[in-house]
Ligand binder design. Sequence first.
Ligand code: MTE
Ligand code: MO
Length: 230
Amino acid sequence: MSDNESTPVGRRVFLGLLGAGAAGVLFGARVQNVFASLVPNWLSLLPLGDHFRFYTVTGGFPKRAADEYSLSIGGLVRHPYTLSYAQLRAMPSTMLTRDFQCVTGWRVPNVHWTGVRLSHLLDKAGVQPGAQALRFTSFDGLYTESLSLEQARRADVMVAYDLDGKPLSSDHGGPARLYVAPMYGYKSCKWLSGIEVVDHVIPGYWENEGYDVDAWVGHSNGRDDAPTSS
Ligand SMILES: Nc1nc2c(c(=O)[nH]1)N[C@H]1C(S)=C(S)[C@@H](COP(=O)(O)O)O[C@H]1N2
Ligand SMILES: [Mo]
């Protein structure tokens, strides 16, 4: 191949990858994940827009009305309980404004979240000795996530029900989802239905596919932004 030909071919491949990205929005995170593995890191620096993608691993976006929603907390606790949406909203609330960052490279600046601190939900349940971690389940029937108990007790980890001052839409995981501010988006389990207190960390959906269990933004998944000596 001559040098003259290599540029258009490169551009066609590039546009093809953008097409794969768009398909990922439609068909969900599996395709998006393939996209991420094909795209060189520098591509994520291009201005592709500061907007959310809507992710789902099931191929569908489950809908549940607020008055049909419930969240159960059980496992190694003294008082297991189930909250309705109204009961969740009636609990002491917390607010955070942070950038939302997916491990595949997109980031949404200054997102406002409102919800209930996970630590508050845990205190109400009374965590038993021997408990080490939490396992989260989704009413999509497939997605799972995990946190250590120490991570879960951070002040910047919540069960969120409002996004930018409005009730969380079902595409974003409403009526309520997990929001783990210091970690990449995959920790923030959408359509949250259950919290189980367990005695060891059980890796979640993407973690079983090779992503880091401890998903600190900038310091996991090979994205350590500490200075390197080369
Ligand atoms: N149930 C469920 N939760 C999920 C996902 C998913 O596919 N299903 N994707 C995760 C990933 S990788 C990211 S980046 C965020 C995206 O949130 P959004 O769809 O509201 O933009 O949700 C996370 N939580
Ligand atoms: Mo993500």
